[in-house]
Design a protein around this ligand. Structure first.
Ligand code: GLU
Ligand code: ZN
Length: 321
């Protein structure tokens, strides 16, 4: 079948870049507060990369960590996404509704004797050098009221990120038997994120570079579960100062649901889009359409962190670190 001609040559180039014919991306916020400038960047980057590849863009609410969930935050995040023109495809998935799925995967791993209970405290791990040294592997600790760890049978020491290039992982992290179920009984992020990405058939993960290192664990879990991992692209993390992710506490620029355009344009400029061309746009939908049409991964800033200073309502300053 012939592919339809496109008005935008950039898109043809992008389609050729993608390796899988079905692109399914996602944005996976944790509803521990409102969306701020840093999370807007992750949402926007994943949305544009998906749409530029004619893909689906899903939203998954990562509300598994119930003590950190703030009441009303999930709805607030969704309202913000809508105000910024970021409309999702398919129904939203809530991790809090998927305990049986996580339970089944963990049961299978346990049946294979890949899971064991660990009684080590954070303090003990710190005293032994700061990395968990798989201390309890051979102990027969009871599962109840203890953290459960997965035997690291497929350590990943290096992987290719579509933006950050080759990423090396320190040995103790790659080899660590990480926690899959916490002592408080909650499923750990590392487990649920992979189970969900598999179940939702996610082909491309685009998110902030704070999750670069955890990606190695996720890749190893895909392997352990016998699934092909998605492609990963990590955009620079927006920080208030080196090593400090933007947050409410450190004056993250406010994002406004009633007047979304300034923050939207600033987030696009952060991602390497041309500010002069952006200055001629005065509708949210036009900004997103334009960005999707001119998007090329090669124009994304290839940094792990970019410092953000908001000078006024309309003026932002970015300093790559
Ligand atoms: N829920 C995670 C966060 O907000 C992101 C998970 C992911 O994108 O894999 O940091
Ligand atoms: Zn232990």
């Amino acid at each position: 079948m012939q592919t339809p001609k496109t008005l935008y040559p950039e898109q043809t180039k992008l389609s050729a870049l993608g390796t899988s014919s079905v692109y399914r991306g996602r944005f996976a916020p944790s509803p521990s507060g409102s969306l701020h400038f840093g999370s807007l960047i992750a949402a926007l980057a994943s949305y544009i990369d998906a749409k530029a590849h004619h893909g689906q863009w899903l939203v998954r609410m990562e509300d598994i960590d119930t003590p950190r969930v703030v009441r009303g935050a999930a709805d607030d995040i969704l309202a913000t996404l809508e105000a910024y023109g970021l409309y999702w495809d398919e129904e939203i998935v809530y991790q809090s509704h998927r305990h049986s799925l996580y339970h089944d995967v963990l049961s299978d791993l346990t049946t294979n004797s890949d899971v064991y209970a660990c009684t080590c405290t954070r303090k003990q791990i710190k005293q032994r050098g700061g990395f968990y040294d798989n201390h309890c592997r051979a102990s027969q600790n009871q599962f109840d009221n203890n953290a459960l760890r997965l035997k690291q049978n497929c350590p990943v020491y290096q992987f290719e990120d579509a933006l950050q290039g080759s990423v090396s992982i320190p040995e103790p992290i790659a080899q660590e038997d990480y926690i899959v179920k916490r002592r408080d009984g909650l499923y750990a992020y590392q487990l649920v994120v992979v189970v969900d990405d598999i179940e939702q058939k996610i082909s491309h993960v685009v998110r902030g570079a704070d999750l670069l290192e955890p990606t190695a664990r996720q890749l190893s879990l895909f392997q352990q579960l016998g699934h092909t991992p998605p492609h990963y692209l990590h955009v620079p993390l927006a920080v208030a100062e080196p090593g400090f992710k933007l947050s409410k506490q450190n004056h993250a620029p406010a994002i406004d649901n009633k007047a979304p355009l300034p923050a939207l344009k600033a987030a696009l400029a952060f991602l390497g889009f041309n500010s002069i061309e952006l200055s001629h746009i005065d509708e949210v939908s036009d900004a997103l359409n334009w960005a999707t049409h001119v998007y090329q991964r090669a124009n994304l800033p290839q940094h792990r962190e970019i410092q953000v200073n908001q000078l006024s309502e309309l003026e932002y300053q970015f300093q790559p670190l």
